[in-house]
Design a protein around this ligand. Structure first.
Ligand SMILES: Nc1ncnc2c1ncn2[C@@H]1O[C@H](COP(=O)(O)OP(=O)(O)OP(=O)(O)O)[C@@H](O)[C@H]1O
Ligand SMILES: [Mg+2]
Length: 209
């Protein structure tokens, strides 16, 4: 089972990517679970939170519902299955889009802060199904260093030490480390890179170990 977080940054291409991944999963007999990011669906909630109009708890659940909405958007018209519970998730044959609200309500162990958003939620779901890695599809080639060069590999511990998380949730490195997990960040605009990462081949990406 491959856990693939599809960033809100890829909204425009999102449905095309779902169709591509759906065809790919069926042809290769893989199982892919899509975790929706936040993007525009969460932007307004972040603003309300920054203005201190809403509490951290309200912001957390509203943001999770933002992911939930993006999930509906991604699955719409694609014929892709929507999944909400652990049982449904485990029964996916080829591809399913997770709507995360119910699952997170059932296991409310993640902190309610903006350091924990859809990247950490993707890692959390992967961990729950026993997967020790997940793929983050985003709109950049991976994590860039101070000179703008692609970091091909980095240890979660080093990210915490450098207090530099760049294009991932601030809390993700800690979650990965605590749960002995890894993550691959790849540019979702290049399908050949996505295939390479899924099949364990080398390509332009960042591996967080
Ligand atoms: N050091 C860095 N390396 C790479 N990208 C970075 C870095 N610092 C900031 N970014 C920004 O992070 C963005 C990707 O993260 P962003 O959270 O916007 O997208 P996403 O995680 O795909 O979407 P979402 O969080 O909505 O699901 C890039 O477009 C880039 O501009
Ligand atoms: Mg993000």
């Amino acid at each position: 089972m491959k856990i693939v977080k599809l960033g809100g940054s890829l909204q425009e291409k999102g449905r095309e990517l779902i169709r591509f991944l759906s065809d790919y999963a069926e042809t290769k007999n893989h199982t892919v679970i899509i975790i929706p990011g936040g993007g525009h669906f969460v932007k307004r909630i972040k603003e309300l939170s920054e203005q201190e109009v809403i509490s951290d708890d309200a912001a957390h659940w509203m943001a999770v519902l933002g992911m939930h909405q993006y999930g509906f958007y991604l699955a719409d018209g694609s014929g892709t299955e929507i999944v909400e519970s652990m049982e449904e998730l485990r029964n996916v044959v080829h591809i399913g889009v997770l709507l995360p609200y119910t699952l997170l309500k059932a296991d409310d162990s993640l902190p309610h802060t903006w350091n924990v958003t859809s990247d950490t939620i993707a890692a959390f779901v992967a961990n729950k199904v026993g997967e020790k890695s997940f793929i983050k599809l985003t709109d950049v080639d991976g994590l860039m260093d101070d000179k703008g060069l692609l970091v091909r590999q980095i240890h979660a511990k080093a990210m915490i030490k450098n207090v530099r998380t760049g294009c991932v949730d601030a809390e993700l490195p800690l979650f990965l480390m605590q749960n002995e997990m890894s993550c691959v960040i790849v540019n979702g605009n290049f399908t050949e890179r996505i295939i390479a990462v899924i099949s364990g081949k080398e390509t332009d990406c960042t591996k967080i170990l």
